[in-house]
Design a protein around this ligand. Sequence first.
Ligand code: NAI
Length: 355
Amino acid sequence: MTEEIVLLKEAELQQLMQTKLEKAGLTSEHAKEVGKHLTYADLRGVHSHGAVRVEYYAERIAKGGTTIEPNFEFEKTGSSTGVFHGDNAIGHVACRKALDYGIDMAKETGVAIIGVSKMGHSGMLSYYVDLAAQQDLVALAVCQSDPMAVPFGGTEPYYGTNPIAFSAPTNSARPIIFDMATTVQAWGKILDARSKNNPIPDTWAVDGNGEATTDPNKVQGLLPISGPKGYGLMMMVDILSGSLLGLPFGKHVSSMYADLSSGRNLGQLFILINPAYFTDLDQFKENLSTMIDELHESKPATGVEQVYYPGELSEIRYQKHLEEGIPVAKSIYDYLMSDQVHFNKYDHSDAFAEK
Ligand code: NAI
């Protein structure tokens, strides 16, 4: 059965989410920023990181696992380095504030490497690298997430879906943004298959014996992209955004769902590079635009309509949704419109239990 969809304008969706998060207990400044971030994810068509998350955040806020009035502190640790202490605030806000310090630093010194230490879930990484690229910076962002991926050849989850996002400015109004989890599929896609009673491809996940499964209800571990290579990348992300900041690593990273009354102590890292310190900025942007044109002109494989640059499909969806409205599942819309803060759905110790 296909779910009913409601089309919402950007401002309307943002306001609905802000209102719900304020009702859960977030300050209006923080709720506004999270609403903006989640709307951006839905605009880009990455619905796994948009409005669908509000209820989870609301439950965590209501149960005390998100610091409402955090003592944020930016510690400058070198001429181009710093650590932003997030005090287990909601990650979207901690990261946004940390990024602003990084942007100023990279403009001034040519590069900035900023760690965000101890925060909640930080959402879709494209949001941050997009803002950096709009300031003519090249940006990389990586972050930890809860252990749901099995090591290559293993049966027990060890690393998270540990995403990597990259951006670079171009000659046109919008930058290049590429952003991916290091697992074949995000957990949200398994949930989607569960809710629809659909099988999943046998390349996505494994059961409790480490064997490939097509039954979304049997999933006990997500698979890294491209076997050992994705496995290596998720380790790299874990080291850069966890151990480098003195935070828990690998399977010790806190679960999204266990104990919604405590902070998650997650980490994120931004690497911001000012191209003007390495080459001529205008020429750099022109070259990237030429690269995009050449990719568009390259001959597509049989059955493929067009070659896109990495990340372009999200950009196309972004522009389409801005013009035509953002598709939101009716059940999520009904929740946002209701008086209910949450339905006590997310607090459970088994990360794979969610329906
Ligand atoms: P995805 O699989 O939907 O897309 C990955 C990338 O490939 C995107 O940049 C997309 O635009 C690009 N792409 C897809 N098809 C393409 C094509 N035909 N041509 C060119 N480019 C194409 O994304 P995924 O891996 O499901 O990640 C979703 C989001 O989840 C990301 O934004 C990530 O930041 C976020 N995330 C956040 C976590 C957190 O704890 N904060 C944890 C894991 C993921």
